[in-house]
Structure formats: structure tokens, C-alpha cells
Design a protein around this ligand. Structure first.
Ligand code: ATP
Length: 382
């Protein structure tokens, strides 16, 4: 088992594209780590540079504390699973799984033992004699994983491992992969453009944009407290509301406890005892921690639909007032769009409490859930 240390890494293609552009990253021993970002952000290039399939132009890659930046792929101790699985069509499952061992001239009897043991771990018993064409997509994916695991690499690199599976199989394979990684404890880096997949699987997520790291954190951190509007926009199955606003009152109490601990309370009320400021937005105002942002400053106010509440009865404190435009069914929840003085605001509510279009509503939120971003840079304000 091994950690991965990346320092000042840049990968520049011959056409001048800096696909990875000065990255520092530490993946801990045994960690399940996601590289997440939109198409073209450089996540596959980063994975391939860790594997040695692309040459680093600047910086270093260390695996298990050994500098492997100039070491050829086969000698880095990595096992990679490609998006299309790259199985050999003329070999059966057993031969596919043990191919890396054959290359290393491991004896046939040992190979056969490894094949049946790994097939057991990946629920492929009974399929060892089949060719890839005789397997379902999910089974092919597990053979590719089995081959990577049987090669006994120190780290496992997965390039969009679930993207070739249909929606139902994908969920099944996701659960399978999470359990397998936990059981084996192997350091794993996987690439995905699917934020829900990264949130569900990873211990930590690196969100990338244009070859750079935009945020690094646990799924909970990147969901609840995106450090910039790029990540705020990218994470979450319902988009975060990003509303133009102005600081109306400062929290104003130097040294007051800062409501930064977003994990301590389900609804964010943990910091309600802290002094709270006010931010005005179309349709009214919301409470917010405004410790270092002066009154009058223009900001972008970030609030997730999940953290807004449609108030029942009269509201005396800060709230956004508006008219329900439309409600979309999300299963047990509904996403309700409210027109607040011309600005559309999304709020999720339990399906059975969905207000009808045309209803006048007031929306409230705890101060801990209202994030303020710099109007120009989009960076989170403290
Ligand atoms: P996707 O999710 O679409 O696979 P990605 O985030 O994995 O995207 P990369 O494939 O790493 O992104 O590509 C990053 C950038 O490098 C893109 O601008 C892409 O066009 C460019 N690029 C990728 N491969 C090459 C190559 N072989 N030669 C030149 N440019 C490349």
C-alpha cells in the first residue's frame, strides 16, 4: 500500500496545451480519491501522468515515497483500468485476469490460483472460461478490475470506470466498487465527470478546472462549503442558487465564534448563537456571517436549494419573498422555482408539501448555510 505525492506537476502536450497546470496533491495510503471536473479540465491527463503514460513536463510524482517521475509505466507499481476496459478479445476471463502475471513469467499453476481467487473477490466465479464478448458490460468491467487487482500494484488508477454501464448497472457497480476498495484497502484514484459518483464513492475529491485544482476536500466539504462559485456550480444534483447581493449589516462582533463548522449540525443551526449579519438579495434578505466583508459590499450569495425552507405562517426575520413559478418532481422531493423580484430561486421541499404555482411564499435559511462569494473573483469570503 502506498500514498501518492504530486508536486508542481505540469503536463504540456506538443500542441502547447497545458492539460495539467501546476498541481500539488497528496493522496493518502488506502484512500479512495476522485479527480472530478468538466470535460477537458485535465483529469485524464493527470491520471495518465501518474501512471507514466504521459510524460510530466514539470514537477514530480512520488509513489510510496519513491520519485517515479521518469520511471516507465510498468515499473511504477500502478495498475490502471481504462474506460473501455481494454480486455483482450481472444483471451478468456482467466487469461485476461492473469495476463500481467504471464508477462512477468509467473508460473501457470500460480496464475491459475490467482485467477480463481480474484474471480471470487469480484463475483466472476463460473465465468473464467468465457471470452469478453460473452459477458455483460458489468462483468467486463469487473474482469478489468480483477486484472488490475491481480497485478498487485501499489495503487489502482481508474479512468471513468463506470461510464460504459447503463444507469441501473452503474449504481450496482458503484456499490460493488466502494465495498471492494474498502475491503482491499488499496490506494485508488478514479477519474469522473459525474459529481454524484464522486460524492458517493470518494473519501476526498479534487475538483479541477483548466488543469488546475479548484478545491480539495471531503464530499461533505465540497458540497456544503464550495470555496468558489465554479465548484458551487459544478457540485450538487440541483444547482446552487448564486444570487447577486449586497451586505446590509455586518456580523460586527470581532472574535465572535465563526460559523464555519458546517458538519456539526444537519440544518446548520449550530452557529445560531454567533453574531449574524444580513445580506440583501432580490426579494428580501438572508442572514449571513459577514465577519470580514464590509457593509455595502457587492457579493454573490450562494445557497443550496436543499438548505432553503419554505416558511409556514408569518415570518418576522430575514427571508426572501416571491411567487412559485413551477415545481419539478425529484422523487421524494420537489424542486420549486420561486420568482423573487425577477430573480429565480430554487428550493427543495418534501413532495407532499409542494406549493402550487402562483402561491406567495417566504424562504428562510440558517446563516451557516448562506455563503458569500467575492463578486469579481468568485472566491468564498471568510
Ligand atoms: P474528458 O472528461 O473529456 O476526458 P478530461 O478532463 O479528462 O476530459 P483531458 O483528456 O485530460 O481532459 O484533456 C485536457 C486537455 O488536453 C484538453 O484541452 C484536451 O483537448 C487536451 N488534450 C488531451 N489529450 C491531448 C493530446 N494527446 N494532444 C493534445 N492535446 C490533448
Amino acid at each position: 500500500m502506498a500514498g501518492i505525492d504530486i508536486e508542481g506537476l505540469a503536463t504540456v502536450y506538443p500542441n502547447g496545451v497545458r492539460a495539467v497546470d501546476g498541481l500539488d496533491l497528496h493522496v493518502a495510503d488506502g484512500e479512495f480519491f476522485a479527480l472530478l471536473g468538466p470535460s477537458g479540465c485535465g483529469k485524464t491527463t493527470l491520471l495518465r501522468t501518474i501512471a507514466g503514460l504521459e510524460a510530466a513536463s514539470e514537477g514530480t510524482v512520488r509513489i510510496d515515497s519513491v520519485d517515479v517521475t521518469r520511471v516507465e509505466p510498468g515499473k511504477r507499481g500502478v495498475a490502471m483500468v481504462f474506460q473501455d476496459y481494454a480486455l483482450f478479445p481472444h483471451m478468456n476471463v482467466s487469461e485476461n485476469i492473469t495476463y500481467p502475471l504471464k508477462v512477468r513469467r509467473v508460473a501457470a499453476a500460480t496464475r491459475s490460483e490467482v485467477a480463481s481467487h480474484t474471480a471470487g473477490e469480484l463475483s466472476l466465479q463460473g465465468l473464467l472460461e468465457r471470452k469478453p464478448a460473452q459477458l455483460s458490460g458489468g462483468q467486463q468491467q469487473r474482469v478489468a478490475l480483477a486484472r488490475a487487482i491481480a497485478s498487485k500494484g501499489k495503487v489502482l488508477l481508474l479512468d471513468e470506470p463506470l461510464s460504459n454501464l447503463d444507469a441501473r448497472l452503474r449504481l450496482e457497480a458503484r456499490t460493488f466498487l466502494k465495498k471492494l476498495q474498502r475491503d482491499l484497502g488499496i490506494t485508488t484514484v478514479f477519474v469522473t465527470h459525474d459529481q454524484a459518483e464522486a460524492l458517493a464513492l470518494a473519501d476526498r475529491i479534487a475538483v479541477m478546472d483548466s488543469g488546475k485544482l479548484r478545491q480539495l476536500g471531503s464530499p461533505r466539504e465540497v458540497f456544503a462549503r464550495p470555496t468558489n462559485t465554479f465548484v458551487a456550480n459544478f457540485i450538487g444534483s440541483t444547482p446552487m442558487n448564486l444570487l447577486p447581493g449586497k451586505v446590509a449589516a455586518s456580523s460586527g462582533v470581532e472574535g465572535a465564534p465563526r460559523p464555519t463548522d458546517t458538519t456539526s449540525s444537519q440544518n446548520g443551526s449550530a452557529a445560531s448563537s454567533a453574531a449574524v449579519g444580513l445580506v440583501s438579495v432580490a426579494g428580501g434578505s438572508l442572514p449571513a456571517a459577514t465577519f470580514s466583508t464590509p457593509v455595502g459590499a457587492e457579493v454573490t450569495v450562494g445557497i443550496r436549494p436543499e438548505y432553503l425552507t419554505v416558511a409556514s405562517g408569518d415570518v418576522t426575520g430575514p427571508a426572501l419573498r416571491g411567487i412559485v413559478v413551477v415545481a419539478e418532481n425529484l422523487g421524494t422531493q420537489s424542486l420549486v422555482t420561486v420568482d423573487c423580484d425577477g430573480t429565480l430561486v430554487g428550493v427543495t421541499v418534501p413532495e407532499e408539501t409542494e406549493p402550487a404555482p402562483g402561491t406567495a411564499v417566504a424562504l428562510t435559511a440558517p446563516a451557516t448555510r448562506v455563503l458569500l462569494y467575492d463578486h469579481d473573483s468568485g472566491e468564498l469570503l471568510a
